[in-house]
Write a protein that binds this ligand. Structure first.
Ligand code: URP
Ligand code: ZN
Ligand code: ZN
Length: 472
């Protein structure tokens, strides 16, 4: 079981160079010029870039939400991810108040284990802190290998946790070695504004955006950052959309607070006017936080370039237009929040970012893969091309031009949020632990072959490139 990838240009977060890669079984065992090995299959990657497999740190697969369940499950979602060059997803495991955390983790394992075509891990939602939760958390990190906790500051009466819960989660995370993730929007004020809008008879999708203004994302981001500073803990802000939030993250980082920010493809290329599309088409673009005024796009690109934001998650949370988004035809608050993005995450960042010279090629690799591996305890097993790393590899045609469309995508959902967008660059072949999952643009993998990844504790010294100790 040997393969040699020849003639490609390897790009990591640090370097771009030409070399061959020898893969033995699941692992990269040699990188160098003119490699040969008896019996090895030769893969010619002439003219292509070779990237480490993408890591999508933010997905919702087979997740109940908004009175329905996401259309894409672990099978369709991870196959679509692989087509897009992603070889690891970290999905959000929902929890129920009063129920053991381990029970929720078991439920998520059941959703994934026989369906995932690529490797996967879970973040764990925390909605309450009490003696039972406190007793369970150490084992979640040590034994389950889950070293990131998610707290929602919005979705009142659904997922929202109060500030004390966030603060206590931050304290626990510091003590135990986990990274706290927040959905940062002020859920209480949003609740008030949405009720007011409905009382005034406003039911159209655009009111989703108008009742969740950027100030409320900025306010919640600043609040979470301040609580992180007080707790001397660590924070990762998911799906950052706007200048108000970037400013708060930058301010805290400048003070030395250990805070990280993620944005998503939709916020980089779509804007609030999409919610005004006629015939209820605006519902396809209902995300929380919402799409923003166009001027925020350059703020986000600039934050990726300067390192104030460090990662891109898809926030894949797909619902069909017909039969799911439809639930909110008469009332925008009933439109399931989220959209299909898992497949196009990397190609959009390459085309709009690297090709348009907003970010460098090495930044692209860092943002789509390496940084997430470091922050979420997977480096250097995942997130780089190095001897000893898993052979999760993308062979990427940087020149091909194509148009994104639901007619050709591989997600199960009935529309594509980026329909009609012309982009440059596409994965040709993708390997997961040394096996082709995509070969010449065809899926050749198998549902259920993806493995659950136990992750190491949060470790800030990783910038030096030191190895993370993964739980056994
Ligand atoms: O609209 C969104 N983002 N849906 C998924 C759930 C979340 O808030 O991330
Ligand atoms: Zn969210
Ligand atoms: Zn999300």
């Amino acid at each position: 079981m040997k393969k040699i990838i020849k003639n490609g240009t390897i790009a990591t977060a640090a370097d771009t160079y030409q070399a061959d890669i020898l893969i033995e079984n699941e692992i990269i065992t040699m990188i160098g010029k003119d490699l040969s090995a008896e019996g090895a299959e030769i893969i010619d990657a002439k003219g292509a870039y070779i990237f480490p497999g993408g890591i999508d740190p933010h997905t919702h697969l087979d997740m109940p939400f908004g009175g329905t369940t996401t259309k894409d499950d672990y099978e369709t979602g991870t196959i679509a991810a692989a087509y897009g060059g992603t070889t690891t997803v970290i999905d959000f495991c929902l929890t129920e108040k009063g129920a053991p955390l381990k029970k929720s983790i078991e439920t998520w394992h059941e959703k994934a284990s026989e369906k995932a075509a690529i490797d996967y891990s879970f973040h764990l939602m925390i909605s309450e802190i009490n003696d039972k939760v406190l007793a369970e958390l150490p084992s979640i990190i040590e034994n389950e290998g889950i070293s990131s906790f998610k707290v929602f500051m919005a979705y009142k009466n659904v997922f929202q946790a109060d500030d004390a819960t966030l603060y206590r989660t931050l304290l626990q995370a510091k003590e135990l070695g986990a990274l706290v993730m927040v959905h940062a929007e002020n859920g209480d004020v949003i609740d008030y504004l949405t009720k007011q809008a409905l009382a005034e008879g406003h039911t159209d999708p655009i009111y989703h955006a108008l009742t969740r203004p950027p100030e409320l994302e900025g306010e919640a981001t600043g609040r979470a950052a301040k609580l992180t500073e007080m707790a001397n803990s660590q924070l990762y802000v998911v799906h950052v959309t706007c200048e108000d939030a970037v400013e708060k993250i930058t301010e805290a980082r400048n003070k030395g607070v250990d805070i990280w920010g993620e944005t998503c493809p939709q916020y980089l290329v779509l804007d609030q006017t999409y919610l005004e599309k006629p015939n209820f088409e605006g519902s396809k673009y209902v995300w929380s936080p919402p799409l923003r005024e166009k001027r925020n796009q350059e703020v986000l690109w600039n934050a990726l370039k300067t390192g104030q934001l460090q990662t891109i998650g898809s926030d894949q949370c797909s619902f069909d237009f017909k039969g799911q988004k439809d639930l909110g035809r008469e009332d925008f608050t009933k439109i399931p929040n989220g959209g299909p993005t898992i497949e196009d995450r990397m190609s959009i960042l390459f085309s709009e970012g690297v090709k348009k010279e907003r970010i460098t090629l090495n930044q692209f690799v860092d943002i789509t893969s390496t940084r997430a591996a470091k922050l979420f305890g997977l480096f250097p097993k995942k997130g780089t091309i190095a001897v000893g790393s898993d052979a999760d590899i993308v062979i990427f045609d940087q020149k091909v031009e194509r148009t994104i469309s639901a007619d050709t995508h591989h997600m199960a959902v009935d529309y594509n949020a980026f329909e009609g967008m012309k982009i440059t660059g596409e994965p040709v072949s993708v390997l997961s632990r040394g096996q082709f999952v995509i070969r010449e643009k065809q899926f050749v993998g198998e549902a259920g072959k993806g493995q659950f990844l136990k992750r190491a504790k949060y470790n800030t010294s990783l910038e030096s490139g030191s190895e993370q100790k993964l739980p056994v």
